[in-house]
Design a binder for this molecule. Structure first.
Ligand code: SAM
Ligand code: DTB
Ligand code: SF4
Length: 330
């Protein structure tokens, strides 16, 4: 790939704001051009997400259906058996997924038998040749080390929103806790998957600030998931307006321009988008999605893999092979 742009880690807020607010078609054109310099534009990473422990979370993230304190319809599920998880991973591999992400509704990892079981899951999924990703909440340095040694390739820990808006959305932890875990993930040698959500009631400036924090990290996160709020009945944000497609496109395009080597994942929100709207997101530089046979993300609906494969076919896109050894962000 011919990289005609260099990676930057000294973006100013004004520069990112300028990009984010530029005329839409010009923004998409710039993002699409940069996308082509760093990535194969015909490939989309297929990531499969499995909730290995669902609901009952002690945190108060106001967007989340899994927080114990909100009265949602979500069924609590204790940590799944290792064999169940491996069976799901095998199916994911069979339909062309290259990454398997295990998610737990935990505030943080504890050094107990549940963690030992996660380690067994990681080893099993790794043996299938999939990129193993985990998202388990906060990690200490030694827990991060243990996950890396067991074969975790990527750890997902989102900033979720800007530092300024953080306290409006979550009160049970601080923005700095998030940064600290991300640093522990880096120190342990795993790749970082970190992005956020739009549609929480944040301002454009908050979105730009969040992207600025990610884009000015010493090393850009290798994956940047951009989620549109999935409105869950019973959560404080259930009545928020639906995210406007052009705002999603602006967010994706700005992430693509600021972090050209990263994978930008069109994450939550696809169920409410048409194929045409998703095509705009791919044009703006998104090159990764979550899909699977279960037709859910964690607890909310998501398009099924048959539908998604048809969409990729219609758009002339194909699943990306496993990337493990390729790690271009510095
Ligand atoms: N409990 C862990 C944590 O919070 O880091 C891991 C799982 S948590 C569900 C992973 C991420 O999913 C959150 O950081 C948030 O960005 C995203 N998320 C959760 N609920 C969402 C929703 N309703 N809509 C969009 N994104 C959501
Ligand atoms: C991410 O950024 N999005 C995924 C994953 N990381 C773990 C989760 C989206 C959750 C959407 C709402 C739900 O189903 O709970
Ligand atoms: Fe718990 Fe994660 Fe949901 Fe927050 S986003 S309530 S930490 S599962």
């Amino acid at each position: 790939m011919n990289h005609s742009t260099e990676l930057r880690h000294d973006w100013t807020k004004a520069e990112l704001a300028n990009i984010y607010h530029s005329p839409l078609l010009e923004l998409v054109y710039q993002a699409a051009s940069i996308h082509r310099q760093w990535h194969r534009p015909d490939e989309v990473q297929i990531s499969t997400l499995l909730s290995v422990k669902t609901g009952g979370c002690p945190e108060d993230c106001s967007y989340c259906g899994q927080a114990a304190r909100y009265h949602t319809d979500i069924k609590v599920q204790a940590l799944l058996p290792v064999e169940t998880v491996i069976a799901h991973a095998q199916k994911a591999k069979d339909f062309g997924s290259s990454r398997f992400c295990m998610a737990a509704a935990w505030r943080e990892v504890r050094d107990n038998r549940d963690f030992d079981r996660i380690i067994e899951m990681v080893k099993g999924v790794n043996e299938l040749g999939l990129e193993v990703c985990c998202t388990l909440g906060m990690l200490t340095e030694s827990q991060a080390q243990r996950l890396q040694e067991a074969g975790v390739y990527a750890y997902n820990h989102n900033l979720d929103t800007s530092e300024d808006y953080y306290n409006e959305i979550i009160s049970t932890r601080k923005f700095d806790n998030r940064i600290n875990t991300i640093n522990n993930v880096r120190k342990a040698g795993m790749t970082v998957c970190s992005g956020g959500i739009i549609g929480l009631g944040e301002s454009h400036e908050d979105r730009i600030s969040m992207l600025l924090t990610l884009a000015n990290m010493e090393k850009h996160p290798e994956s940047v998931p951009i989620n549109a709020l999935a409105r869950v009945k019973g959560t404080p944000l259930e009545n928020n307006p639906k995210v406007d497609i052009w705002e999603m496109v602006r967010m994706i395009a700005t992430a693509r321009i600021a972090m050209p080597a990263s994978m930008v994942r069109l994450s939550a929100g696809r169920i409410e988008m048409t194929e045409t709207e998703q095509a705009w997101c791919f044009m703006a530089g998104a090159n990764s999605i979550f899909t699977g046979e279960r037709e859910t993300l964690l607890v909310t609906p998501n398009p099924g893999v048959t539908e998604d494969m048809q969409m990729l076919h219609n758009l002339g896109l194909k699943p990306m092979p496993v990337q493990k050894e390729v790690c271009k962000t510095t």
